[in-house]
Design a protein around this ligand. Structure first.
Ligand code: ATP
Ligand code: ATP
Ligand code: MG
Ligand code: MG
Ligand code: MG
Ligand code: MG
Ligand code: MG
Length: 286
């Protein structure tokens, strides 16, 4: 490979390291899922199978990449927070974004039939992916608040919209017109007075999205996991041994250690905007 007269072209590949110490958020979003959901007969406003498939792919990603310490999903998108000091792929931006997007997409296809046994895929779905760096805890928390607020706004609108169409007999154009310019309170009232729907009784999964956290399974308490200990289980990193200063540790020793640090994943549909969630899990932002 090296040493031919062609090798100089390698120098055109420029390094793309992520700023050290910054919080790394990875978000992916289904490409043209308006069409994809139509073509695969997703139910409206919320297809439960599709949301569970997204959660399944997200769990698989978090199992494969233990440096991911938090996941948040809604609709056709998922956001992930990487451990602040992650050394995943030496923090190479393109390598991280491409492998994570690719793995998630593969899992979405791999698990498709479990969730849609009667709807074979008509064409290969794809996702776009991006990384965003945040300088501090405030911005990182605000990022996740932003996504959950978006979940709320979209779901309230979609719930009202599809009630008008499916139960109210309006055309989609009429439903859009009915809702144009309405405030949140008016949508609540419309749902209740015209359709007997108390919005707060709508499935929390639809109102709050999906939150995936790590839990400690080793002592049976299922307590929030100590993120620092999870470092030991990192597999996605090219230089795990070096990073942990464990160059001399044998594979066998490492395995035994992992067995006692067993972590699992838990899917919640809870509020992540107020302090409670974060106060209970101080390690997420470590
Ligand atoms: P882009 O490629 O720009 O992301 P898009 O068509 O995917 O375009 P989004 O803003 O990402 O647009 O919206 C995703 C759309 O996919 C939603 O508007 C909705 O129509 C549909 N969708 C995604 N998940 C579900 C679901 N679980 N149930 C019903 N519809 C869904
Ligand atoms: P990285 O994740 O850094 O790319 P890698 O293991 O994929 O690591 P590559 O340099 O991309 O390393 O090399 C790909 C390897 O995959 C080859 O060295 C070869 O062993 C194997 N491989 C790929 N395609 C084939 C093939 N068609 N037949 C046999 N082996 C293959
Ligand atoms: Mg190769
Ligand atoms: Mg979009
Ligand atoms: Mg999309
Ligand atoms: Mg989207
Ligand atoms: Mg390769």
């Amino acid at each position: 490979m090296s040493g031919t007269r062609f090798s100089y072209v390698k120098n055109y590949e420029l390094p793309d390291p992520l700023l050290p110490g910054a919080f790394v958020v990875f978000r992916l979003d289904g490409h043209s899922f308006h069409r994809f959901s139509d073509q695969h007969n997703f139910s409206k406003p919320n297809d439960l199978r599709a949301l569970k498939l997204m959660d399944r792919a997200a769990e698989a990603l978090m199992e494969e990449y233990p440096d991911i310490v938090l996941g948040f999903g809604e609709s056709d998108e998922y956001s992930f927070l990487l451990r602040k000091s992650t050394a995943l792929y030496n923090r190479r931006q393109a390598k991280i974004v491409s492998t994570l997007t690719s793995y998630f997409t593969s899992c979405y296809v791999f698990y498709w039939a479990e969730y849609f046994p009667d709807n074979p895929l008509k064409y290969p779905p794809s996702f776009d992916g991006r990384l965003v760096l945040y300088p501090g805890e405030k911005e990182t928390r605000d990022y996740f608040s932003w996504r959950q607020a978006d979940t709320h706004i979209n779901n309230l609108y979609n719930t009202a919209f599809w009630a008008l169409v499916n139960q109210g007999g309006q055309t989609t154009t009429e439903a859009h017109a009915t809702l144009r310019g309405t405030a949140s309170k008016e949508k609540h009232e419309l749902l209740f007075s015209r359709f007997g729907i108390n919005y707060n009784d709508v499935d929390a999964r639809f109102r709050k999205g999906s939150v995936i956290v790590k839990i400690d399974l080793s002592d049976g308490t299922n307590a929030p996991v100590d993120v620092a200990r999870v470092e030991d289980q990192a597999t996605g990193s090219e230089n795990m041994g070096e990073r942990l200063g464990e160059r001399t540790q044998t594979k066998k020793q490492r395995k035994r250690k992992n067995a006692t640090n067993k972590t699992g994943l838990e899917i919640l549909h809870c509020d992540i905007i107020s302090d409670l969630f974060w106060n209970d899990r101080p390690n997420i932002l470590n």
